[in-house]
Design a binder for this molecule. Structure first.
Ligand SMILES: [Fe+2]
Length: 311
């Protein structure tokens, strides 16, 4: 597969950066990065110097996400595609480039409400990645650091987001989900890829007048299911609230769980993600998120309660 893009980084607006830092280190198991001007803290998941940073703000949400081009030529091709659509691209300032550790980049607005940055030349770290939680490292080679999922509240924003992802960024639709979530209500999610990872970006549409938080979750893909299980135990021991228990997604096959960060958005830690090939011909509609598990904790409590009927 000719890979031209991968997920590079995410900047997080954060009301309580110290609490968030504790969560990222102790529960998620990330490695602290070097301090950088403009960041409350920076975080590593592999040999790159920085993949995630926290910046103090009056809200909790994603501040921006970055996609990195695999070469200068790929960067120019991606820029040309955006220009054809008249997407306004603002060059990153020197301070922004220094914080992100990139050679060059531009920022643009997106229909899902979180600015996206197209960059190239993401800096390597001076030291190897080391995390006791992930001795084999995370899955990032040729795929970037994980995936991002954002929520929109209107059909118009959903359609515009799909068009922007496909026509603007050049991502490919992997598959999509349509699922009833209440009387007359349906949840829609589109999953997009730009390299072997099943999805680097997904956009969910849940009808609502105002979206309280754009970022639904960040995914970190790890090497082994055992490391997912150990992360699950760290979350339980730290009394971190869970959004979803352990489970396996129907479309990408990932075994994962979701914990809720101090910022209210979730982190998915998973393994065994299905990969996509050039001849991907499985762009189909799913009617369920998971084959098993991924229950909200309330459902699990109900199943475990003494009142539950004996099976
Ligand atoms: Fe996910």
């Amino acid at each position: 597969m000719n890979v031209e893009l991968e997920t590079a980084y995410i900047g997080i607006d954060c009301t309580a950066p110290a609490a968030m830092a504790g969560y990222l280190q102790d529960v998620v198991g990330l490695m602290p990065g070097e301090p950088r001007d403009g960041a409350a803290s920076t975080w590593r998941v592999d040999g790159k110097a920085m993949r995630l940073w926290l910046q103090t703000a009056e809200r909790d949400d994603a501040a921006c996400i970055g996609f990195a081009a695999s070469s200068t030529d790929a960067y120019q091709r991606a820029l040309a595609r955006l220009q054809q659509l008249d997407v306004e691209c603002t060059p990153l300032t020197t301070a922004q480039k220094t914080l992100r550790g990139v050679q060059d980049g531009v920022a643009m607005d997106t229909p899902w409400g979180v600015p996206l940055e197209l960059v190239h030349g993401l800096a390597d770290a001076a030291t190897p990645f080391a995390s006791a939680s992930y001795p084999e490292g995370l899955v990032t080679q040729g795929q970037g650091f994980g995936h991002f999922v954002f929520i929109v509240g209107t059909a118009e924003d959903y359609e515009a987001s799909r068009r922007f992802a496909i026509d603007g960024l050049g991502l490919k639709l992997t598959d999509f989900l349509k699922m009833p979530i209440g009387p007359g209500m349906e949840m829609n999610v589109s999953f997009f890829h730009c390299n072997p990872r099943h999805h680097s970006l997904a956009i969910g549409f849940v009808p609502m007048p105002a979206v309280p938080q754009r970022l639904h979750h960040i995914n970190f893909e790890v090497a082994r299911v055992a490391e997912v299980g150990m992360a699950y135990e760290r979350a339980l021991q730290a009394a971190t609230p869970l959004a979803n228990t352990l489970g396996q997604h129907a479309n990408d096959g990932m075994v994962s769980f979701y914990s809720i960060s101090p910022g209210g958005w979730a982190v998915e830690i998973g393994a065994t993600g299905r990969t996509v090939t050039d001849d991907w011909a499985d762009v189909r509609e799913y009617d369920r998120i998971s084959d098993w598990g991924h229950q909200p904790p309330a459902v699990l409590k109900q199943l475990l309660s003494a009142d539950a009927p004996a099976q």
